[in-house]
Design a binder for this molecule. Structure first.
Ligand code: S3P
Length: 435
């Protein structure tokens, strides 16, 4: 258990870990290239380690320099049938992208599983379109839950209109489409993160983007490439909110991915009164990368609409914390998807923030939060969910008493150095406690 104490300022400069979504994609696409992919600033989190382990089990050569987070990945003789079950552990992206990759490798047999949390999460959303392409997948609850068994075969493309806005599902279909017969199109109900499309373009793979529709074609050879993965905006989000809600803060977060499909939080916080700037923007691997500079801000409430949700889905737990410190009512709607993440994040954040005295009402698809509340000290549960643990640590920075977070080690899923960075930025506010 860890204890967070309040601070009045978050000052300085920080680099956050490499983007998790982009790292997964670099590994998966690297496995399909002729000459391999070499990236620096690969995500140090456990989720991306799960992806690398699954790909290694299928004969990929993975060379990692952990000191620099450099990863080289290549499958010199193609992907092979794994000798054992592939374990995606806590990582939804690993499981769903793997299903797409495996489905189209003729004759290969593999079983994909995960931890207790992942075994509860929906897989039908990816299994159904893959089955429509000809995939053979079966498993628990008629293919809805892991473990799932795949017998790879030659797939056919087609047009897939998605029911859920999900970049993981889109990516799984596009991965399957690269080896399928004919063109494969995905039509999304609303835009989701487009890292796969950007990376395919960067690697020289033909791809057609037309509004909400994206199409790939059978591709026999992808050369490979080398680039630096920008910092994870979803990791930066904790520091953006921390700096905004503490009294005398001034923070620069360097080399962050500012892909607009990811930065919805900035738009919402801007409406709430955030004092920030985007500086020194460049491109890395086709992705936008910049410094995000944030100062203490007087926030006011806002309404987050369902259309905005995909661009800030992973940032909603920490936005809920910001809302407790904003004047007036903040309403978040259309975020039912949060109930099927690593934990039921709507419930987890409502329970935790209520325990600190916040005025938060859980709705079917979001929260209604009334601020500004002075949060008290207390206990928070991570629910084994990295983003819940980190959001509650940010709440602890403005609470009047210590906030103790149970099972905080789960931050290593995406941000193993989170508490070290918290110590660096705040100097004094962290303590390990036994119970
Ligand atoms: C991700 C997509 C999002 C996001 C998840 C990572 C990705 O999930 O919440 O953390 O890397 O494609 P969905 O695909 O379910 O929207």
């Amino acid at each position: 258990m860890i204890e967070i104490n309040s601070t009045s300022r978050i000052k300085g400069e920080i680099y956050v870990p490499g983007d998790k979504s982009i790292s997964h994609r670099a590994a998966f696409l690297g496995a399909l290239t002729r000459d391999g992919v070499e990236v620096s600033n690969f995500s140090p989190g456990q989720d991306c380690a799960s992806t690398l382990a699954c790909l290694e089990a299928m004969g990929c050569a993975v060379e990692q320099d952990k000191a620099f987070n450099t990863v080289k990945i290549k499958a010199p003789t193609g992907l092979k049938e794994p000798k054992d079950v592939l374990d995606a552990k806590n990582s939804g992206t690993t499981a769903r992208l793997l299903l797409g990759l495996l489905s189209g490798i003729p004759n290969l047999f593999a079983v994909v599983t995960g931890d207790e949390s992942l075994k509860r999460r929906p897989m039908g959303r990816v299994v159904k379109p893959l089955v429509a392409m000809g995939a053979k997948i079966d498993g628990r609850e008629f293919g809805e839950r892991l473990p799932l068994a795949v017998r790879g075969r030659k797939l056919s493309g087609g047009v897939h209109a998605l029911q859920v806005a999900s970049a993981q599902v889109k990516t799984a279909i596009l991965l399957a489409g690269l080896g399928a017969q004919g063109a494969t199109s995905v039509i999304e109900p609303s835009p989701t993160r487009d890292h796969t499309e950007i990376m395919l373009e960067y690697l020289g793979v033909p791809i057609l983007k037309d509004g909400l529709r994206v199409t790939v074609y059978p591709t026999s050879s992808i050369p490979g490439g080398s680039w630096r993965i920008p910092g994870d905006f979803s990791a930066a989000a904790f520091w953006i909110v921390a700096a905004a809600i503490t009294a005398e803060s001034e923070l620069r977060i360097k080399e962050v991915n500012v892909n607009p499909t990811r930065t919805g939080l900035l738009g919402v916080l801007e409406r709430m009164g955030l004092d920030y700037a985007i500086e020194d923007e460049t491109l890395s691997g086709g992705e936008r990368m910049a410094t995000v500079a944030v100062r203490s801000s007087r926030l006011k409430g806002t309404t987050v609409s369902p259309e905005e949700v995909p661009s800030l889905i992973d940032e909603l737990p920490v936005l809920a914390v910001a809302a407790t410190q904003a004047e007036g009512i903040t309403e978040i709607r259309g975020a039912r998807e949060l109930r099927v993440k690593e934990s039921d994040r709507i419930h987890a954040m409502a329970i935790n923030l209520k325990a600190l005295g916040a005025q938060i009402q859980e709705t079917d698809d979001g929260w209604i939060i009334e601020g500004r509340t002075t949060l008290s000290g207390g206990r928070a549960k991570s629910f084994g969910d990295h983003r819940v643990a980190m959001a509650m640590a940010v709440a602890g920075l403005v609470a009047t008493g210590p906030v103790r977070i149970e099972d905080e080690e789960c931050v290593s899923i995406s941000y193993p150095g989170f508490f070290d960075d918290l110590t660096k930025l705040t100097q004094t506010c962290l303590k390990e406690v036994s119970s």
